[in-house]
Design a protein around this ligand. Structure first.
Ligand SMILES: C[S@@+](CC[C@H](N)C(=O)[O-])C[C@H]1O[C@@H](n2cnc3c(N)ncnc32)[C@H](O)[C@@H]1O
Length: 284
């Protein structure tokens, strides 16, 4: 088996991007999370997959409400999506994008909103503004173009292909289940030796993934996390220079908190990018 290529910080970077990706938190999570060999790693908000791919447990249940993320990783798992199929797709559509620019991006986005195809999802995710994932109320992907018609250079395609084959390698020989469902269904599967890693959307702010994340749902998640026999690690923001997260103080105060500074790249302007104190709140 050839080697997995990690980035400069030794982190396996996944082919899918998102505004909430936890790449920079991975070393901290790996330091604080201790899993039982016999247990299952359970991640109900897998997003880009960066945490699971770097923890690389033997057994895992990896789910998300975003069915396109799940189909994409299932495709890699069953061998339908490989670095070769990705290269072929991105080379062809990358050339068309270079010729026709934003109009071609919009055509790919319309086609994806009809066919839901995993490779179209990858193309859009890697050619859109800031690698965002966002759907409108009708469930249609609506992120604008990054405005770089020559987006898919040879080097960029190779980088994405390497990311795909790294993910394929990390899945090899592992007992991993991918499923598209709500978090309740996933958390209910956990038993005592299992470890649940929770990275839910921000209350009231993340309306951009696959629907609203309400205060009521966040409170319900805290209830499930306390009731489950499994160990739980929650990733959540604690405070920034303007605000404090009262939800964390109200509903997760009995977990042990470990803090780290995290720099979010969410704004278009450099001046809008503020550091945030992130917490890993661990049950036991
Ligand atoms: C903060 S992101 C997770 C980021 C991930 N840890 C990473 O590093 O890429 C939250 C994820 O929760 C998913 N999500 C939102 N509402 C959900 C729900 N009700 N049930 C399950 N997943 C949900 C979103 O699709 C999104 O992928």
């Amino acid at each position: 088996m050839s080697k997995i290529i990690a980035n400069g910080a030794g982190i396996l970077v996944p082919p899918i991007k998102s505004q909430g990706i936890k790449t920079k938190m991975v070393p901290f999570i790996k330091e604080k999370v201790v899993i039982e060999q016999s247990g299952t790693w359970i991640e109900p908000f897998i997003g880009t997959g960066v945490v699971a791919f770097n923890i690389a447990p033997q057994k895992a249940i990896l789910t998300d409400k975003n069915k396109y993320i799940i189909s994409f990783y299932k495709g890699i798992q069953n061998g339908n999506i490989t670095s070769e199929t990705v290269r072929c797709f991105l080379e062809f559509h990358g050339k068309e994008l270079e010729k026709y620019g934003v109009e071609y991006y919009k055509k790919m986005r319309n086609d994806f909103n009809e066919n839901g195809d995993s490779l179209y999802f990858l193309f859009l995710n890697r050619a859109d503004f800031n690698g965002m994932i966002r759907f409108n109320r009708q469930g249609k992907f609506n992120v604008p173009f990054c405005q770089k018609p020559n987006r898919f250079s040879k080097a960029y395609i190779t980088k994405i292909c390497n990311q795909v084959s790294n993910v394929a390698k990390v899945m090899e020989g592992k007992d991993w289940i991918f499923d598209s469902c709500t978090w309740q269904k996933t958390v209910e599967k956990a038993s005592e030796n299992d470890y649940i890693y929770l990275d839910p959307p921000y209350i009231g702010r993340d309306t951009c993934y696959v629907g609203e994340w309400s205060e009521e749902e966040a409170i319900l998640l805290a209830e499930y996390a306390h009731k489950t026999p499994a160990n739980v690690c929650l990733s959540m923001w604690k405070e920034n220079e303007f605000r404090r997260n009262s939800h964390l103080y109200d509903f997760w105060h009995d977990f042990t908190w470990y803090e780290q500074n995290h720099f979010y790249h969410v704004g278009a302007k450099e001046s809008n990018r503020h550091p945030m104190i992130e917490v890993l709140a661990i049950k036991r």
